[in-house]
Design a protein around this ligand. Structure first.
Ligand code: MIC
Length: 319
């Protein structure tokens, strides 16, 4: 992870180019997928899940390299629903657009089981790529899917998942859009099956592999040793996997590390505590130091930019 971005030095235009670098050069353009592929060439990247566009802006401001659109966080945070595959492709594409319009980091989109069979997956890729996704993740569970860290999951046949992956890689309009195949096999059959499936998913055209719910550090190490492809580790809390450090996972050879629900969990606990204080104290005074200030919020939103544009070009008077 880079240092938190200095706001003054982070003045990107719509294409993610720095204004102070002499304008747009066609050769500079890297698609979202290409940006993501380049990032993991340099180092192992940390990818927090963004509950909404404002969090995505904060993730960028704090110097992270990419954002995760988590199905669990989207289900819970936007709809108040469990992560069992209840939102639609249209809703997910809309959320992807909210994230990709508000900041320039590549977004990895959790498309769960792909919204149907292989034919449906083609449409899923078209819609999510059009919404600006850098990577699209598909998993090998049957519907209704479960959180990867719960028991009671069921896998689809390897061939059915391979067909989805072939459909996904064929449906991309940008060959750099990253197709991530997640296997839930470790929690259903065993680690050998997870490794065997990963080999088949790569042969079917997956670019990265996401081994879900590995149970020990040794399993993480073994998976990385046996699979020669970029790997994404899921460091979700309170699940079946140990919480390994970035250094440990980088040392094993993982390319990306997900923290899908971390920000939602922290924000929810903070909200719960704040609601209790408000009720018992009858005032929010004692919470002020814990709050993002008005100034900080406006800074994150580039509020002043909007006012300046309004004043300069649209006849607004500002405040
Ligand atoms: C990665 C995941 O699919 C997600 O939706 O973010 C979840 C995260 C979680 O529920 O902790 C998962 O199944 O691991």
């Amino acid at each position: 992870m880079a240092e938190p971005h200095d706001h003054e030095n982070c003045d990107h235009d719509h294409d993610g180019h720095d204004h102070d670098q002499g304008g747009f050069h066609p050769d500079d353009y890297a698609s979202p997928g290409k940006q993501l592929r380049l990032l993991i060439e340099d180092s192992t990247i940390q990818i927090p899940g963004a509950p909404n566009a404002l969090f995505a802006r904060l993730i960028q401001r704090m110097g992270y390299d990419a954002v995760y659109l988590s199905g669990a966080v989207f289900s819970a945070g936007v709809f108040g629903l469990p992560d069992v595959g209840l939102f639609t492709l249209t809703e997910l594409a809309q959320q992807t657009t909210y994230l990709t319009r508000t900041m320039t980091l590549p977004v990895i989109v959790d498309a769960d089981t792909g919204f149907g069979e292989a034919m449906n997956v083609e449409r899923t890729i078209v819609e999510l790529e059009a919404a600006g996704a850098a990577a699209i993740q598909l998993e090998d569970q049957v519907m209704p899917k479960r959180c990867g860290h719960l028991s009671g999951k069921t896998l689809v046949d390897v061939e059915a998942m391979c067909a989805k992956i072939r459909a996904a890689s064929g449906a991309r309009s940008d060959p750099d859009t990253v197709i991530i195949a997640r296997t839930d096999a470790r929690g259903v059959t065993n680690i050998d099956d997870a490794i065997a499936r990963a080999h088949k998913y790569l042969a079917a055209g997956a670019d990265w592999i996401f081994p879900e719910a590995l149970a020990t550090p040794e399993e993480f190490a073994r998976f990385a040793k046996e699979i020669e492809a970029p790997l994404m580790a899921n460091m979700t809390e309170f699940g079946k996997s140990p919480l390994l450090s970035l250094d440990d996972l980088a040392g094993m050879g993982y390319s990306a590390v997900l923290y899908p629900v971390t920000l939602l969990r922290v924000a929810m606990k903070a909200a719960e505590a704040a609601l209790a204080v408000l009720a018992t104290e009858g005032s929010q005074e004692s919470l002020l130091d814990l709050m993002q200030t008005r100034e900080e919020l406006y800074d994150l939103l580039d509020y002043q930019d909007f006012e300046e544009r309004d004043r300069a070009h649209f006849g607004g008077s500002g405040n």
